[in-house]
Design a protein around this ligand. Structure first.
Ligand SMILES: C[S@@+](CC[C@H](N)C(=O)[O-])C[C@H]1O[C@@H](n2cnc3c(N)ncnc32)[C@H](O)[C@@H]1O
Length: 212
């Protein structure tokens, strides 16, 4: 067993509501692999519990699995904003989210991640304590630029899929808008002295960053 297998198999098991949502996602959508895996979900929940964000933002809701994980640690008076452009997924949210404690604190935005960021008014919506960036990968650098001024003093960002199945490096490295954007993101996060970054070897690569 390697370290990743050990880590994935050794923590707390997936809560029953999330197992049910995982099953429904595979049964009722054609893209179950887009959903956060169990280990990533448990890390999201743990990070959220540690930060206890008053304002959290998820870019890319999909079936709302990551949303429920983040909700676990949301401050009792907090709001969890989540952005999804595909409203065909909303019936799954509406079926599963109401079974979670504190689901009334989820605010779903139907639309484009960049539009929500562009229209975010810190005075009205609040500064963001925790952002989970998991929408279109080609847009991730623009999303980072738009997010930075909206972060609270102690705000944290999480970027998913930064390993991209290990295809970003080497002679046969993947090319195209998504891998190109992720390479640029990784390089930027590594080099930018105004940010503090750590990559967690979780799922498909989960990068945590904050303002230094
Ligand atoms: C990887 S999935 C999100 C998985 C989810 N965060 C989870 O933890 O299970 C990406 C989702 O982002 C949505 N999406 C992609 N680009 C988007 C954009 N520019 N604005 C809003 N939603 C977007 C897709 O429709 C898809 O449902």
């Amino acid at each position: 067993m390697d370290l990743l297998d050990f880590a994935s198999n050794s923590g707390s098991s997936e809560p029953p509501l999330l197992s049910a949502l995982r099953t429904a996602t595979w049964q009722r959508t054609r893209h179950g692999r887009l959903m956060s895996d169990v280990h990533t979900g448990r890390v999201l929940a743990m990070v959220s519990r540690m930060i206890q964000p008053r304002i959290a933002l998820e870019l890319g809701t999909f079936t709302g699995y990551g949303t429920l994980c983040l909700l676990e640690g949301l401050h009792p008076e907090g709001t969890l904003h989540t952005v999804e452009r595909n409203d065909e997924l909303f019936p799954l949210h509406d079926e599963f989210w109401p079974r979670a404690e504190g689901h009334g604190r989820i605010h779903r935005h139907h639309g484009e991640a960049m539009a929500v960021l562009a229209n975010w008014d810190v005075e009205t919506h609040g500064a963001i304590d925790l952002a989970y960036v998991d929408a279109d990968k080609q847009g991730v650098n623009a999303q980072l630029d738009a997010l930075l001024p909206l972060l609270s003093e102690e705000g944290w960002m999480l970027f998913d899929n930064t390993w991209w199945s290990g295809t970003l490096d080497g002679p046969d490295a993947a090319t195209g808008p998504k891998p190109d954007a992720l390479r640029a993101l990784n390089e930027r996060l590594r080099m930018d002295a105004t940010l503090e970054t750590v990559v967690l070897p979780v799922g498909d690569g989960l990068t945590m960053a904050r303002k230094a």
